[in-house]
Design a protein around this ligand. Structure first.
Ligand code: SF4
Ligand code: SF4
Length: 441
């Protein structure tokens, strides 16, 4: 794509980066067919190619930015399906980051939208507050008819089942490699661990499903991996980052980097394990996001280099040594839902499938598995109509597989799809089951 930035504009490092990304787009339109919002609306402005065109306008001729521009950019899920399809390697994710940052200044949001974004970023990344919000939503739902539409829509999207808060992440802990570990932190049992890893306990996930971290720790411990959790690293910052709450995102990133960097620098940690793929994509991008901060950039890059989805870590270990095939044999088909942040954001698709199959499950995939389920962080709250349409489509294609349950690697998708018709659980919960843990379905 041709660009016409002035030298003065190119003095801005963000514009320079945007220019380099824009120039890679050859405007072929291959990406449009795999873009969920274009598939639904058929509107070029809801396609990657259309959005790239609009983002060029935002950067090149900021005076042309309008509410219409924001409307179509806001409807982008950030699912990155377009980056998987694009033959030119257009870095749409970072172009979107740059464009959104500029657009937020050029076209100020209306007060209710600003307030909603502020509230979501202030509450959801803090597990106890988020849990309290879900409980209050349950109490307030009968009176929701008297509430503003934006609050009503948000309440509809919050899960009604509020489990106990996940204790993992509430304090700094070390989970030793004792195969019979009941998740009580303990000193080493005398056997040198195969690996030592840090686990990001996460934020919303701790309020929504306390079993995912428990399963992760059990499986890793069985494989001889010592797991460390730092309570200061309570959130990766992704949620705030994607809705333009940049100060909150920055604070969360810095807290995580400060919490982890000493052990990373000392070389005593093999990996940082993330079991929510939306968060994994973010932590793997810390090096890029902190690139303009001279002090933080090397620390952030070192952390990104150590970040691994839990499936990547399992693939390096002797999973077969802990599996008990008799446990799950004959349990029925499991559908694998490939979270966008895993298959497109981190380009990990085959690995979780292979692990589930190795664990003895009969795994099937839904048609159009490349399309987003509509969760996309808090997209389902901010864009409820589009999110519901995508959710329905995904549920139909999952049900058409004839599976009895669904495995997925991201808490956002799990919450969006766990409608009751088919239980949706994390991939690690199925592997935990197949290696002696509790049955998740
Ligand atoms: S597929 Fe890539 S090069 Fe083609 S229009 Fe889409 S982003 Fe541009
Ligand atoms: S990130 Fe997803 S929704 Fe946004 S343009 Fe790309 S494919 Fe479409």
């Amino acid at each position: 794509m041709q660009t016409h930035f002035t030298q003065a504009q190119l003095a801005d490092p963000l514009i320079r980066e945007g220019d380099a990304i824009l120039r890679k787009c050859v405007h072929c339109g291959f990406c449009t067919a795999t873009c969920p919002t274009f598939v639904i609306t058929g509107d070029e402005r809801d396609s990657p190619r259309g959005r790239i065109w609009m983002l060029r306008e935002v950067l090149e001729r900021p005076e042309t930015a309008s509410a219409d521009t924001s409307y179509h950019i806001d409807r982008c899920l950030g699912c990155l399906s377009c980056t998987t399809t694009c033959p030119s390697g257009v870095d749409y994710a970072h172009l979107l980051d740059i464009g959104r940052e500029k657009l937020d200044h050029l076209v100020p949001r209306k007060a209710p939208d600003r307030l909603m974004r502020w509230m979501l970023a202030a509450i959801i990344p803090h597990a106890p507050k988020f849990r309290m919000m879900m409980r209050l939503a349950n109490l307030g739902r009968p009176f929701s008819f008297a509430m503003p539409q934006i609050i009503r829509a948000a309440m509809q999207k919050l899960p009604r089942h509020v489990p106990q808060l996940d204790p993992v992440g509430s304090r700094t802990e070390q989970f030793a490699t004792n195969p019979s570990s009941n998740l009580s932190p303990s000193a080493s049992n005398g056997t040198a661990p195969v690996k030592r890893v840090i686990l990001l306990a996460g934020c919303a996930q701790r309020a929504l499903n306390p079993d995912i971290n428990a399963s992760t720790i059990r499986v890793l411990n069985r494989l001889g991996v010592e797991v460390i959790v730092r309570k200061e690293a309570h959130c990766c910052g992704a949620l705030a980052h994607h809705i333009g709450e940049t100060k909150k995102a920055d604070a969360a990133m810095r807290a995580a980097i400060y919490a982890w960097h000493e052990e990373i620098t000392a070389g005593t940690i093999d990996a940082i394990i993330v079991n929510a793929s939306g968060c994994g994509t973010m932590v793997k991008d810390y090096g890029h996001l902190m690139r303009h901060d001279a002090e933080m950039a090397p620390l952030a890059a070192a952390i990104s280099a150590k970040a691994k989805d839990v499936s990547e870590q399992l693939a390096e270990l002797d999973l077969a040594s802990i599996l008990q095939p008799q446990i799950t044999s004959g349990c029925g088909k499991i559908a694998y839902h490939s979270a966008c942040s895993l298959q497109h954001g981190q380009k990990i698709h085959d690995l979780p499938l292979a692990l589930l199959r190795q664990a003895g499950f009969d795994v099937v995939q839904p048609v159009n598995g490349h399309l987003c389920c509509g969760s996309a962080g808090v997209y389902n709250i901010l864009q409820p109509a589009m999110a519901s349409e995508l959710q329905q489509r995904k549920l139909t294609s999952l049900q058409n597989t004839g599976a009895i349950a669904v495995a997925a690697g991201n808490i956002g998708c799990i919450t969006q799809l766990d409608s009751g018709a088919m239980p949706v659980r994390h991939t690690i919960q199925f592997i935990d089951w197949a290696s002696g843990g509790p049955q998740p379905i």
